[in-house]
Ligand binder design. Structure first.
Ligand code: NAP
Length: 301
């Protein structure tokens, strides 16, 4: 199945990066793009994120073999409905949303009879908007496809080949399992970062100035994550509610156990946990998922 004409809906960090990556790695493909925000459309044109910026979603997808929705997960249903009537009969519709079960449901309901293969490139930054996009975002990163039961296998293979051409390693997963894994590895860490940064700024005995001045003690790394796009992350928590609440329940229990250990002076419990977590950090570095440089490679001169 050849995917020569590719439409990208939503031209922010993910959509823009996708357009630039296609231009670099699949130079023969034609790309069209649409964003509901006129300023974003103008900027996408100036930056050359896609070959043609269309004025409507329908115009963007009318010739497309592959349509990729790069909008916040809460906007997937509306974005899909808007383009439904203009889709070519054999077009593949996919997305890049951070949660998968609810997006899969939204897309299949909004596009009855269409070939829907949801996807999640596990690649991003805390930045958003068209200027944040860059061509190498997906290189060496995972892309998880969650084809619904009975999905067209040829379409799934074509989508796999597409993401591999952009430099990603593809994994196929059930949508519910994806949501649980990502709740642990991405969604809860973001929630913790949002919480600790909020708590620090609310503390009455510590001034804002001190929080910023002494942030290198660990807080600074949380602030990077807590600077992530509010719309995107609001939608992630609302759409992956069940998995997030399940993991959050476990996390709260573990946190209470640590609270008890600290209160009762149980150093062994603390030491054993911290030893186990250090090993996890080592495994992540051994798997090439992060840099071993101290303080994430920051310069200290
Ligand atoms: P972004 O930079 O904010 O870009 C999203 C763009 O989509 C915005 O310009 C937005 O316009 C536009 N949009 C919203 N509703 C639309 C609609 N119905 N039709 C057309 N355009 C619409 O967000 P992003 O970071 O690229 O995230 C996009 C998707 O990628 C999300 O589903 C997110 O979960 C997923 N993702 C993000 C990351 C990450 O690290 N950022 C990583 C992996 C996956 P408005 O500003 O007017 O709403």
């Amino acid at each position: 199945m050849s995917l020569n004409n590719i439409a990208i809906i939503g031209l922010g960090l993910l959509g823009g990066s996708l357009g630039l990556a296609i231009k670099e790695r699949l130079p023969d493909a034609n790309t069209t793009g649409f964003d509901r925000d006129l300023d974003v459309r103008k900027r996408a044109g100036e930056l050359g994120l896609v070959g043609t910026v269309a004025d409507t979603a329908s115009d963007a997808v009318s010739d497309a073999d592959l349509v990729i929705l790069c909008v916040p997960v809460g906007a997937m249903s509306a974005a899909a409905s808007e383009l439904a009537a203009a889709l070519k009969p054999n077009a593949i519709v996919s997305d890049v949303g951070s949660s998968k079960a609810s997006v899969s449901k939204a897309l299949t309901e909004a596009l009855p009879g269409a070939t829907v293969i949801p996807a999640h490139p596990v690649a991003g930054t805390e930045r958003s908007g068209p200027d944040a996009g860059f061509a190498t975002l997906f290189e060496g990163r995972w892309c998880i496809l969650t084809p619904p039961e009975g999905a067209d296998e040829a379409a799934a293979s074509s989508l796999r080949a597409f993401w591999e051409a952009l430099g990603s390693t593809v994994e196929i997963m059930d949508a519910a399992h994806h949501d649980l894994v990502l709740a642990v590895t991405s969604h809860i860490p973001h929630l913790i970062a949002y919480t600790i940064v909020g708590t620090a700024s609310d503390l009455e005995d510590v001034t804002q100035g001190e929080v910023i001045k002494y942030s290198a003690g660990g807080f600074r790394d949380f602030t990077r994550i807590a600077a992530s796009d509010p719309t995107m992350w609001r939608d992630v928590f609302l759409s992956n509610r069940e998995a997030v609440l399940e993991v959050l329940g476990r996390f709260s229990e573990d946190l209470t156990a640590l609270q008890r250990a600290i209160r009762s002076g149980d150093g062994d419990t603390l030491f054993d946990l911290f030893t186990r977590t250090r090993d996890i950090r080592r495994s992540i570095i051994d798997m090439g998922q992060d840099d071993a440089a101290p303080d994430f490679g920051r310069k200290h001169d």
